[in-house]
Design a protein around this ligand. Structure first.
Ligand code: PEP
Length: 256
């Protein structure tokens, strides 16, 4: 079911002490307390090493824990990798798959992304599948083909996408301070919905959760997340600061 979802991607940031600082807070209000009244779904995706601690700090709160990657094999001689079932065993509910940094620095292809999505779903781990074009592709006017290719090759061949989210992250907007305008982001996400409709059906396309990611901040979250096709955001840099991330999560909280 469509709802507003705010997911924080901590990337390779925060050691043990910094995770504690994030949750304990600095002004006497813990991070969990600062977002307690929200109706939005909140997900935090820490590095693997911080998962157990994040699970502990978020116990009994409305925060869900995600990972930033998983491997598609179940177990075996794959040094340095972590399987989807291991994540489930560690109380992880979501996993980001196909983030542009993984595609760029770790050579993840659409095929690998698709293997990982299927491996996650098989064990009940919910994938957040990232798609988006580079600046060059946008300037060359091929962004629609790139996005369509990514969406078609990454989505699973099951009829139900209720455990799948898509994140549209134009690569030129990630970590650069350049945000897509709400109108452009909404147009791209509407386009993704039209591909989902073609692959599945109208109901699936209307129900699938599609997030926007790329330099989301407290100052632009409301304008982006109130667009009709945008169901929330995947937030990188701004999710590292508990006060700013709480402001983003609370973008639609009524003032009293
Ligand atoms: C991301 O890592 O998915 C992201 C969108 O990063 P940032 O918000 O820093 O642009």
């Amino acid at each position: 079911m469509r709802r507003k979802v705010i997911a924080g991607n901590w990337k390779m940031n925060k050691d043990f002490g910094e995770v504690e600082q994030f949750f304990v807070g600095t002004n006497g209000v813990s991070f969990c307390d600062s977002i307690r009244g929200t109706k939005n779904e909140v997900i935090i995706c820490p590095p693997f090493i911080d998962i157990a601690q994040t699970v502990r700090f978020t116990e009994g709160s409305n925060i869900h824990v995600g990972a930033q990657n998983c491997y598609f094999e179940k177990n075996g001689a794959y040094t340095g990798e972590t399987s989807a079932s291991m994540l489930i065993g560690a109380n992880v509910e979501y996993v980001i798959i196909g983030h542009s940094e993984r595609r760029q620095y770790f050579n993840e292809t659409n095929e690998i992304v698709s293997f990982k999505v299927n491996a996650a779903l098989k064990v009940g781990l919910k994938p957040i599948i990232c798609v988006g074009e580079t600046l060059k592709e946008r300037q060359e006017g091929v962004q629609k083909q790139v996005i369509e290719n990514q969406v078609r090759s990454s989505l699973p061949s099951i009829s139900d996408l209720s455990n799948v989210m898509i994140a549209y992250e134009p690569i030129w907007a990630i970590g650069t301070g350049k945000t897509a305008t709400p109108k452009d982001a909404n147009e791209a996400i509407k386009f993704i919905r039209s591909i989902v409709k073609d692959m599945y059906d109208n109901d699936v396309a209307n129900d699938v959760i599609i997030l926007y990611g790329g330099s989301v901040k407290a100052s632009n979250a409301k304008a982006l997340f109130e667009m009709p096709d945008i169901d929330g955001g995947l937030v990188g840099g701004a999710s590292l600061d508990p006060i700013e991330f709480a402001e983003i999560v609370n973008f639609n909280k009524k003032q009293v």
